[in-house]
Design a protein around this ligand. Structure first.
Ligand code: HEM
Length: 475
């Protein structure tokens, strides 16, 4: 018990329970309570692992920029499709991470991220989404799968040259698995990651206690999708005509064949593809749920944005990025949706690579670093009336110009390891939002009043609960 004691001069936090710690948590309320009781840097122990929560923007920004906090904790590799569990972007560390992240950023850029020709692909999906929503004929529906498929289609065309029909059955199994996983998620499920001894329990007990079988089914399903895509690419690979990110990787893999030190490996490729499939679609899908939820809850903004769009974009044309300067409210609305939603309630966890300090507190090697994105986004030091949905906070006084937040904003992380798809995500969010607003009034069914109660936290992802909304075509 003595050896297990919290080292001296660590950040304050609740009393530690030796060996077991406290239950892991992913909700915003627990974080906010810790911040109120202990301040902006809090140490919290779960199982054998200590976490330090950073609730203050300046401290979080400074920490995220430091190399010793660039690693992810070990449990991120639980779902890795790399047999060596070393490659990929989201879960990897050290030279493997640097190598694979650099590869992904270079290729996403070459494939159009942040450039205008990608806009065309996004607008093709935008048009398909409009047609799909029209098919419901104004009936009240839950957030449709097409929100997910349009986002998936963009990243999946860049990665694997594949596009799914918006009503395709092919992706339904994966969606079902993702939903099953999120809906069944409880913090208990992650306990074996915090108390490794629990991992040695018999499988049947782990299935019962930690729902291991749900994890397994999800990983198995993703393995099939990824293997199928990569195998197909290997079969018809043509070195003179690389089609997409998988082909580019195969090219590098072949060029480095025989070099035992090469980090271009099939296992790493599988995990990169898996990372992009998930990170590139699930995030944007959930943001489109937020966008439509907020349109239905705050119709006054929908009306004002429709007026802005109608004034400059002919009705038979899709909104393009060229119109952005004339549509400041649309951009402000999407960025406020990112802040207000705080989709990732806590930034993807990092781990201290060595003994170090934050603001004079001792941080032992292996401590998990958790940035409280929700708390930062609702901190009154940076945001007036932070619980209010108020896109105007990103407009200048004359409401004619969008001004980007330069402080207190953490939606895409920060520092050495921020979101690798931020530019793509911002393009998609702006263009899909504009397409929906231009073509539909999004309204709740008669008698339904949307409120704060409609928001749920699914394993650290803050998102609107299933809500039936009406997408009424504009005349
Ligand atoms: C609105 C949509 C999105 C949000 C809110 C979002 C948010 C985030 C956040 C908070 C992180 C963790 C950053 C950190 O550790 O500091 C992250 C990482 C990442 N995101 Fe996104 N993301 C979005 C869309 C995308 C898209 C479209 C892609 C596709 C390319 C993508 C790819 C990634 C990857 C690969 C990482 C891991 C980066 C690394 O560990 O080096 N994200 N994202």
């Amino acid at each position: 018990v003595l050896r297990d004691r919290r080292p001296r001069n660590c950040p304050p936090g609740p009393a530690e329970i030796p060996f077991f710690g406290r239950l892991p948590f992913f909700d915003e309320e627990t974080g906010e309570n810790l911040r109120k009781n202990y301040g902006n840097i809090v140490m919290y122990r779960t199982g054998t692992i200590r976490s330090v929560f950073l609730f203050d923007y300046d401290t979080a920004k400074e920490a995220m920029a430091r190399l010793e906090f660039a690693d992810r904790p070990d449990f991120f590799t639980t779902f890795s499709l790399d047999d060596q569990k070393l490659g990929g972007v989201i879960s990897s560390n050290g030279v493997h991470w640097q190598h694979d992240r650099r590869f992904v950023l270079r290729n996403l850029r070459n494939l159009g991220m942040g450039k205008n020709h990608l806009e065309e692909a996004i607008n093709i999906e935008g048009k398909a989404l409009v047609e799909d929503l029209k098919k419901y004929g104004g009936e009240a529906i839950n957030y449709p799968d097409s929100f997910r498929t349009v986002a998936l289609n963009i990243i999946w065309q860049m990665v694997a040259s594949t596009r799914y029909d918006l009503r395709s059955k092919e992706v339904e199994t994966i969606y079902r698995m993702t939903n099953e996983f999120r809906e069944n998620f409880t913090p208990l499920m992650l306990l074996p990651s915090f108390i490794p001894a629990l991992d040695h329990l018999p499988k049947s007990i782990k299935n019962y206690l930690f729902k291991d079988d749900i994890f397994d089914r999800f990983v198995e399903e993703m393995k099939n999708v990824v293997n199928e895509a990569v195998d197909k690419h290997l079969e018809d690979y043509d070195p003179d005509n690389p089609r997409d990110l998988i082909d580019e990787y195969i090219k590098d893999m072949k060029e480095n064949e025989g070099d035992d030190n090469s980090l271009f490996r099939r296992g790493a490729l599988n995990q990169i593809v898996n990372d992009l499939f998930g990170a590139g679609s699930d995030t944007v899908y959930n943001m489109l749920k937020w966008v439509t939820y907020l349109l239905a809850r705050y119709p006054e903004y929908a009306t004002r944005m429709q007026q802005q769009i109608d004034a400059v974009v002919p009705r038979d044309r899709m909104v393009s990025l060229d119109y952005k300067p004339s549509l400041p409210l649309v951009e402000a609305f999407t960025v406020e949706a990112l802040r207000y939603s705080s989709l990732a309630v806590y930034n993807a966890q990092r781990s201290a690579h060595r003994d170090t300090t934050i603001n004079g507190y001792f941080i032992p090697k292996g401590t998990m670093i958790q940035v409280g994105n929700y708390s930062i986004h609702h901190d009154p030091r940076y945001w007036d009336d932070p619980h209010k949905f108020y896109p105007e906070r990103f407009l200048d006084d004359s409401a004619t110009k969008y001004t980007a937040p330069n402080i207190g904003f953490f939606a895409f992380g920060s520092g050495r390891r921020p979101c690798a798809g931020e530019l793509l995500a911002r393009m998609e969010l702006f263009l899909f939002t504009a397409a929906i607003i231009q073509h539909f009034d999004v309204i709740p069914p008669k008698g339904v009043v949307l409120s704060q109660k409609d928001i749920v936290n699914l394993g650290g992802l803050r998102t609107p609960a299933d809500n039936k909304l009406i997408y009424r075509p504009r005349n």
